[in-house]
Design a protein around this ligand. Structure first.
Ligand code: ADP
Ligand code: MG
Length: 312
């Protein structure tokens, strides 16, 4: 008997999916079974990626499309806790062959293995449209409750991991979700609020400020600008914006942005050993606005920028 191609694909995924003690029942039944701890918050996040919007599969190939679909979800979990299992639903273009579908899943499965977040289920369809891939991840808080956007306190230091801007030149596909940064951070300190940077620093900081009913003052000279911004500005000369504007607004950095008390920041800074830098970029203030102070000391309002999905 020959299997329908989707069943054959699911069998191959099942063989490669791996497992974990937190996933007693993985692929192969009507639902997956997860062992959730009753002294932790169970976290669920989902993100859908569309060919032509979040990647162009003809350019990046199915491997990187699959990897990105899981990576953006792991980035969301990193901002709140750790991962347990992932679920991968795909609408495959009918003209794809088995090798392309396998490549897509290899992108997912390699990253899932790296971060110990086994693929525990999903759904497989084919259609006449372009590739759609939806990943859902289940995780748990590292302590009794998760780190949320609403929690920033007046006087908190605002900190960002890594460097920002210019992700469009490749990092938006190839980034590493900051699960290790989050885990280490929680070992050393207790942030009051945290978010992952998907829409751009100016927009994502705004989410923290709004949820926490506070404001912020950033210092332009402290914002870590990724070398991709300068490198590509030199090579391709694509943009007339200053480098720091890319760091503020570009989006898809997938770094972590968090706030914590000045005392906690001091402890964290002194004990931080991971190769990914943590940089203080400003302070939380009571006035509910976001301001940025230029290198010459001039203070301006920072308006959220970044990508907007349009509809309606
Ligand atoms: P059902 O008809 O009960 O929904 P399916 O044939 O859709 O069953 O799926 C069979 C099993 O394979 C389920 O455990 C499901 O979660 C899993 N599965 C299907 N597609 C995928 C996929 N793309 N990635 C991971 N698991 C999948
Ligand atoms: Mg199904």
């Amino acid at each position: 008997m020959t299997l329908r191609p989707e069943f054959a694909l699911i069998e191959r995924i099942q063989k490669a999916a791996g497992g974990s003690s937190r996933v007693p029942l993985g692929i192969g039944d009507d639902a997956a079974g997860l062992a959730c701890r009753d002294d932790r918050e169970t976290l669920v996040a989902t993100d859908m990626l569309l060919d032509g919007v979040h990647f162009v599969v003809e350019e990046c190939g199915p491997y990187w499309a699959g990897r990105k679909a899981l990576a953006v979800n792991l980035s969301d979990l990193a901002a709140m806790g750790r991962c347990m299992a992932s679920f991968v639903s795909i609408a495959i273009p009918r003209n794809w062959n088995a090798r392309e579908a396998d490549e897509l899943m290899r992108g997912v499965l390699e990253l899932a293995a790296k971060w110990d977040c086994p693929v525990a289920g999903g759904d497989t369809n084919s259609w006449d449209g372009r590739l759609v891939i939806n990943v859902a991840v289940v995780g748990e808080s590292i302590e009794a409750t998760s780190i949320r956007r609403a929690g920033a306190q007046v006087g908190d230091v605002i900190v960002v991991s890594g460097a920002l801007g210019g992700s469009i030149y490749g990092r938006h596909l190839m980034f590493e979700p900051r699960l290790d940064v989050a885990l280490q951070l929680l070992k050393l300190a207790r942030p009051n609020s945290m978010i992952d940077l998907s829409d751009g620093l100016s927009s994502d900081l705004w989410h923290i400020l709004k949820a926490s009913h506070v404001g912020a003052v950033l210092e332009q000279k402290l914002i870590p600008v990724h070398e991709d911004v300068r490198h590509h500005a030199d090579v391709v000369n694509l943009s007339s914006q200053p480098a720091f504007a890319h760091a503020l607004h570009d989006g898809e950095d997938f770094e972590l942005l968090f706030t914590l008390s000045a005392a906690q920041w001091e402890t964290l800074r002194q004990n931080w050993k991971l190769p990914i830098a943590l940089t203080k970029i400003g302070m939380i203030v009571s006035e509910e606005a976001c301001r940025i102070v230029s290198e010459t000391g001039e203070s301006k309002e920072l308006v959220p920028g970044g990508y907007v999905h349009r509809f309606g």
